[in-house]
Design a protein around this ligand. Structure first.
Ligand SMILES: Nc1ncnc2c1ncn2[C@@H]1O[C@H](COP(=O)(O)OP(=O)(O)OP(=O)(O)O)[C@@H](O)[C@H]1O
Length: 350
């Protein structure tokens, strides 16, 4: 979200970002229960409920079908990218997962429930956030808004229960700041932090309630290449260490390629899903877009897409067509091979 120089607007932006977390938190009354981590682990891979499941799903806005036939299963701790050209409906897919927009057809389940019903277990980072340099709110306070940004009323301090909850919350805020590597600057004003530092703090905010699903809308947008690489590595590490499934909209797959389990590639009316090796191929993308598309692999493992309506994995800056990609990022075949084998077919529907 862009913020102008008016500091009031900037404060509004903080609230709006917190509201992003709160949208995900839904009407869940924040409290000690939300800090309990005992029910959020992957259960050694035996969890019977997929975190996200789409079966033949399609979406439409203003009577226009954006994409359709999406089949996707995201298991606990998996990292999935949503790819496709500008305006194809990537953010719309996120709206469907959050329950903001109903699917036009097919079935969508999030943590075994209808979208929107499991809000407290979803951390959400909306698209295009930034803070004005004059904003004085500290990073740690922005993270804390992820815990209590949706809490109304004045708490009654002094009680043992209140104090215990405050301590637990404080511990969690510090823990998650440490997790994203933001301890060195979390007590500075957020407006003084760099774009990459702000992004880490916002990821901490989305994680602070220990969500089982992290939904990120272009979190690498507007970061320089080194920051794209380090934030991508952070998200990949968190998906494993915190057992949180990640669904991330991306315009350039290369920074996240080493960490991905699956991709969903959206095209006008259709979609393809599967492992990156299955989907990001000359054959699959040519079929999907109905026009010749060539996928080239550079010697350092980067993927370059040539042709088609747009080359979404080609460029790191979504506003230029320059063939710049992430730092060396070979596909970690062993990582992909080590993941759950189910759902690995490239589905195509058009
Ligand atoms: N409320 C709405 N009414 C009408 N059209 C809409 C509405 N919301 C989104 N759209 C249209 O739906 C299409 C998909 O939008 P969406 O934001 O999901 O695309 P996207 O793939 O995320 O795009 P980008 O990569 O540019 O962020 C766009 O053409 C957009 O203009």
């Amino acid at each position: 979200m862009a913020v102008d120089t008016d500091s009031e607007a900037a404060v509004g932006a903080v609230a709006a970002v917190a509201a992003g977390a709160a949208v995900a938190a839904g009407a869940h009354p924040a409290g000690a229960a939300t800090l309990d981590s005992t029910d959020r682990r992957c259960n050694a891979g035996n969890d019977p409920v997929a975190v996200v499941e789409l079966i033949g799903a399609s979406a439409a806005v203003a009577g226009r079908t954006l994409w359709g036939g999406v089949n996707l299963t995201v298991e606990c701790g998996e990292f999935v990218a949503v790819l496709g050209p500008n305006g194809v409906g990537k953010s719309t897919l996120i709206k469907v997962l959050l329950g903001v927009l109903p699917a036009a057809a097919g079935e969508v389940r999030v943590l075994g429930r209808r979208p929107g019903a499991a809000g407290a277990q979803i951390g959400y980072l909306p698209q295009r956030r930034s803070f004005d340099a004059s904003l004085r709110i500290r990073g740690v306070d922005v993270v804390r808004l992820g815990l209590d940004g949706d809490r109304w009323g004045i708490p009654l301090p002094g009680t043992r229960r209140f104090n215990a909850r405050r301590r637990a919350e404080q511990d969690r805020v510090e823990e998650v700041i440490d997790l994203v590597g933001a301890s060195a600057y979390a007590h500075r004003a957020i407006g003084e932090c760099s774009g990459g530092e702000q992004q880490r703090l916002l990821i901490a905010q989305a994680l602070v309630r220990r969500p089982r699903l992290l939904v990120l809308d272009e979190p690498l947008d507007s970061l320089d290449l080194p920051n794209q690489a380090s934030v991508a590595a952070l998200i990949g590490r968190i998906s494993r260490s915190e057992d949180v499934a990640v669904v991330m909209v991306a315009h350039d797959v290369n920074p996240i390629l080493p960490y991905l389990d699956r991709v969903v590639y959206l095209a006008d009316g259709g979609a393809a899903s599967g492992t990156p090796e299955e989907v990001i191929t000359t054959e699959t993308l040519s079929n999907l877009f109905g026009t010749p598309v060539e996928v080239l692999r550079a010697s350092d493992g980067r993927l370059v897409v040539v042709g088609g309506p747009e080359a979404p994995v080609l460029h790191s800056d979504r506003h230029t067509a320059a063939a710049v990609a992430a730092p060396p990022a070979p596909i970690a075949a062993q990582r992909l091979a080590g993941r759950r084998p189910n759902g690995s077919e490239a589905d195509r529907a058009h």
